[in-house]
Design a protein around this ligand. Structure first.
Ligand SMILES: Nc1ncnc2c1ncn2[C@@H]1O[C@H](COP(=O)(O)OP(=O)(O)OP(=O)(O)O)[C@@H](O)[C@H]1O
Ligand SMILES: [Mg+2]
Length: 317
């Protein structure tokens, strides 16, 4: 009765071999089902910058983000939406203080001509990659950028300990002690950004990812020059207040803090450095008014007015 059993084993072995071949032929688990290359990413695939599009991460207000493979590396491709599809809420303050290459471009932008809009669009798309390069060089924890071309920014994927896409800070729970430590770590990042001459401009728990080695700041197309922008102080204080408000969910003492004003005062005084001692408390400005100086200023204004009136009278004579 042994031959039928051998035959049975043989059939089983063949079956398992077939299953193994089938499994081996499936794409790697991280790749999931192969997806069709989105149209906007085709130029980068043709240029050899991207080898394969692995998945779509999400579609936000201003961009759609994909996970892509470049050689052995898994990276992130941020495809900017066309201006008409975008809701760019900080357009005005973003343009404030931004330099254009030449006056022809500046005039075109002012007039809102087609060429002007094109210049503005290119400038906007390049702003994020410029900011990323500048901040990465200054030691700020941002994703390493590679290139921005055809309206697509290619950068490192921020990953968690398992190599999966890192969660947004908003989706993370923590203890009070952890919140205080992470809040301070992020203040150091914000200070580094300011020391590099910039302000994020849209910093919140939605634009910070928690990588395996700590928080990473993303989403910088609206970043502005700290020196050239008339709303710099307000933007900076708002960014820092957003951090305090988020972390106060876990560490309530942060709700009353005023680190933004405190850091800005150090910055204005030229005394800001990374390890600056911060309390989160800013004393109200109690400097007594110098009455003598005030009376002198008023007297000078009165004399100037008198002088002007005298000259006008003389000119009329
Ligand atoms: N380098 C990256 N690594 C991992 N995930 C990223 C990266 N860049 C962006 N993401 C993911 O894509 C999302 C959208 O990116 P981003 O915030 O830059 O674009 P956005 O269009 O401004 O989106 P939103 O409207 O949500 O602010 C992020 O919240 C994050 O989940
Ligand atoms: Mg965002």
């Amino acid at each position: 009765m042994s031959p039928p059993i051998i035959q049975h084993d043989l059939i089983l072995a063949k079956f398992f071999a077939a299953v193994l071949r089938l499994v081996a032929a499936l794409p790697a688990p991280h790749a999931g089902a192969r997806m069709k290359t989105p149209k906007r990413l085709l130029p980068l695939v043709e240029e050899g910058l991207i080898d394969e599009v692995l998945s779509q991460l999400m579609s936000g207000k201003e961009a759609t983000v994909y996970v892509v493979r470049c050689g052995d590396a898994v990276r992130c491709a941020k495809v900017y939406k066309e201006a008409s599809q975008r809701s760019f809420r900080q357009a005005a303050s973003y343009l404030d203080g931004r330099k254009v290459k030449n006056s022809r471009q500046a005039r075109a932008m002012e007039k809102g001509t087609r060429y002007g809009r094109q210049v503005q669009e290119e400038q906007w798309q390049n702003a994020e990659v410029d900011a990323l390069f500048r901040l990465a060089n200054a030691g700020v924890r941002v994703p390493t950028p590679y290139i921005c071309t055809d309206g697509v920014l290619l950068m490192d994927l921020v990953a968690d300990a398992q190599g999966d896409v890192a969660p947004r800070l908003n989706d993370v729970e923590m203890t009070e002690a952890e919140a205080l430590v992470m809040h301070r770590a992020l203040l150091t990042q914000v200070i580094r950004i300011l020391l590099a001459g910039m302000i994020h401009g849209d910093l919140s728990e939605y634009n910070i990812l928690l990588a395996d080695d700590g928080p990473v700041i993303i989403d910088l197309p609206q970043a502005v020059d700290a020196a050239g922008n008339s709303q710099a102080r307000e933007m900076f204080e708002r960014d820092v207040a957003n951090l305090a408000q988020y972390f106060s969910r876990f560490a309530p003492s942060l709700a009353e803090s005023n680190f933004g004003r405190e850091i800005w005062l150090h910055y204005e005084a030229g005394a800001l450095h990374e390890d600056v001692h911060l309390t989160g408390v800013v004393a109200p400005d109690m400097t007594p008014v110098d009455m003598d100086a005030l009376m002198q200023d008023m007297e000078e204004v009165r004399l100037e007015a008198e002088d002007r009136a005298r000259r006008q009278r003389e000119a009329g004579d």
